[in-house]
Design a protein around this ligand. Structure first.
Ligand code: UTP
Length: 296
């Protein structure tokens, strides 16, 4: 087994153009999913997998994220005075969650560039990257499995999910070979957002990665790719093509529930699905939803 990892990096510096105007003055990672910002689900997932040192790579609207994970004395004392203990607990939950750190990306030059900003903080250990707008349902754990595979194979591990062939142009897509493990594949090639009809498979990269520190050197030498951005996928391809650099790249194939909150339609689906399962909302929402759908 490998060393016990402690660090998670959450890139949250994208422009979120698909969600304008909501993201004009607020990062998309702060959009509420039922009653929590998307990024809080992601931090909770990291902590559940034992990664309590969390570095958020922020963009121009840093303060909203920073404040969310910080204390807010005025609100706390008001809630306390009014005897609203339940609410106070909810407020304090996000404050006590993890050991939070922040670094600014500067210019949003791409996901690869955002990850590179974590170099100083991460140092020489393997670490996880969790995209702040990508929620994995807590009932379908993925990150722990990826950390286990990383420990066993001492390689780079990415998360893959089968998507409809009509959707592959929205993702990084992998060519793979089977391994002895049912849910693990060896990645032999990767393409970022392949043109329609040119996708090597329908296995798309989703927003979880367990990386070795060698990725930083590779990223430093990765030129801008698709969209003029420094693409993490391009750096991963370099690692997949040469097992000597960092042990190659493996994919864990995820078959659980995932919500891409950076996409409007998926965001709406996420709220409905998660609210239906909630004890406080589901019993009222479900019958209403049935009636509503019946009228469509
Ligand atoms: P996306 O491509 O989904 O983010 O990046 P975006 O560019 O904000 O989205 P649209 O297309 O304009 O709506 C995936 C992840 O990488 C982060 C984003 O915050 C998101 O979590 N990212 C992307 C950065 O941190 N920096 C970047 O320069 C680009």
């Amino acid at each position: 087994m490998g060393i016990h990892l402690t660090k998670a990096v959450i890139p949250a510096a994208g422009l979120g153009t698909r969600f304008l105007p909501a993201t004009k003055a607020m990062p998309k990672e702060m959009l509420p999913v039922v009653d929590k910002p998307a990024i809080q689900y992601v931090v909770e997932e990291a902590v559940d997998a034992g990664l309590s040192d969390v570095l958020v790579v922020t963009g121009r609207n840093k303060t909203a994220i920073d404040n969310h994970f910080d204390r807010v004395y005025e609100l706390e004392s008001t809630l306390e005075q009014k005897g609203k203990g339940d609410m106070l607990r909810v407020v304090n939950e996000s404050t006590a969650l993890a050991d939070m750190h922040y670094v600014r990306q500067g210019d949003p030059l791409g996901l690869g560039h955002a990850v590179l900003r974590a170099k100083m903080h991460v140092g020489h250990e393997p670490f996880a990257v969790l995209l702040g707008d990508d929620i994995i349902d807590a009932r379908d754990p993925l990150l722990q499995r990826m950390l286990d595979v990383q420990g066993q194979r001492n390689a780079t591990v990415i998360a893959l999910m089968e998507v409809d062939p009509s959707q592959t142009h929205l993702y990084g897509v992998a060519s793979v070979e089977a391994t002895d493990d049912d849910d693990v594949v060896k990645v032999t090639g990767l393409v970022e957002k392949p043109d329609p009809g040119k996708s090597p498979s329908n296995l798309a990269i989703i927003g979880r990665y367990v990386l070795r520190p060698e990725v930083f050197d590779v990223l430093e030498n990765t030129p801008p790719g698709k969209g003029g951005e420094i693409q993490l996928t391009d750096a991963l391809l370099t690692l997949a093509e040469d097992d000597e650099i960092a042990g190659g790249v493996y994919g864990v194939v995820f078959r659980g529930r995932r919500y891409d909150t950076g996409d409007k339609l998926d965001y709406i689906k996420a709220i409905v699905q998660l609210a239906c399962d909630r004890k406080d909302l589901g019993p009222d929402l479900r019958p209403w939803l049935k009636e509503f759908v019946g009228g469509l």
